[in-house]
Design a protein around this ligand. Structure first.
Ligand code: NAD
Length: 247
């Protein structure tokens, strides 16, 4: 019998990371769920029925020892590592002239540098032929949009790094893909959806499909890209945006 797949999911205490954890568990996989939000992680575990398939690690992904601690925890808990989902991220950025050095650095540290460091730590452990990384990009990394400068810059860099890692690790039997969500209803977008009329007009009206995205829409795509159903897909950036990016 094939051993269950083991995943490391960052930002698993909310939104897309939580939905991905639950999707993986439903598929029979094991998950090391990482987040700095302990209460959020506990809720993810509760929603997974407090299953032994989910282990929790409360950690800021930007901490120096976060990648090594997370990979070590996955190996100690489940004995192997197959999938890495680099999901932890922050949003709600501003235009370039409104962005301080400290804000810029914060976006780069969380959305890009941590993703690179987790990938570097996990790659030597990912099993050839089973190993897969899925990075969280964004449609804002694919096309221009007002008032998201540091966010969009990090997400465009995530697309570039996804292409490069696919080229470098494909020969080793490891696939690297990204998803580029549009507007998904999570804690990250909730406040702006509720309160920012300009955000509503700019972000929602042009979406052809007549609803916002749900975390489960993204989680299903992440699961597909990790699964053996996607065995020959690597270096791909899959938009999950109700058709927004092509209209
Ligand atoms: P969310 O705010 O619901 O969840 C993000 C999770 O990441 C939270 O639990 C948070 O605690 C965690 N996190 C943030 N910084 C962290 C850190 N330094 N260390 C550890 N954990 C940290 O957001 P979401 O909408 O689920 O976003 C998940 C990913 O999807 C992000 O990378 C985001 O950029 C991307 N994304 C979201 C949307 C959207 O519309 N929601 C669109 C495009 C891309």
């Amino acid at each position: 019998m094939t051993e269950p797949f083991v995943a490391l999911v960052t930002g698993a205490g909310s939104g897309i990371g939580r939905a991905t954890t639950l999707r993986f568990v439903r598929a029979g996989a094991r998950v090391l769920a990482v987040d700095l939000n302990e209460a959020g992680l506990t809720e993810t575990s509760r929603l997974a029925g407090e299953s032994e398939a989910v282990a929790l690690l409360v950690k800021d992904v930007t901490a120096d020892d976060a990648p090594s601690a997370a990979v070590a925890a996955a190996l100690a808990q489940f004995g192997r590592l197959d999938w890495l989902v680099n999901n932890a991220g922050i949003g709600n950025a501003k235009a370039a002239d409104q962005t301080s050095d400290a804000e810029w650095d914060r976006y780069v540290d969380i959305n890009l540098r941590a993703l690179f460091r987790f990938s570097r730590e996990a790659l030597p452990h990912l099993a050839p032929g089973r190993g897969a990384i899925v990075n969280l990009a964004s449609v804002f990394g694919l096309f221009g949009h007002p008032r998201v400068a540091p966010y969009a810059a990090t997400k465009a860099a995530v697309v570039g790094l996804t292409h490069q890692m696919a080229a470098d690790y494909g020969p080793k039997g490891i696939r690297v893909n990204a998803v580029a969500p549009g507007v998904i209803e999570t804690a990250l977008t909730r406040e702006r959806i509720d309160t920012d009329a300009r955000f509503q007009a700019l972000n929602i009206d042009p979406i052809p499909f007549p609803r916002l995205g749900r975390p489960e829409d993204v989680a299903n795509a992440i699961y597909f890209l990790c699964s053996e159903e996607a065995a020959y897909i690597s270096g791909h950036v899959l938009a999950i945006d109700g058709g927004w990016s092509v209209t």
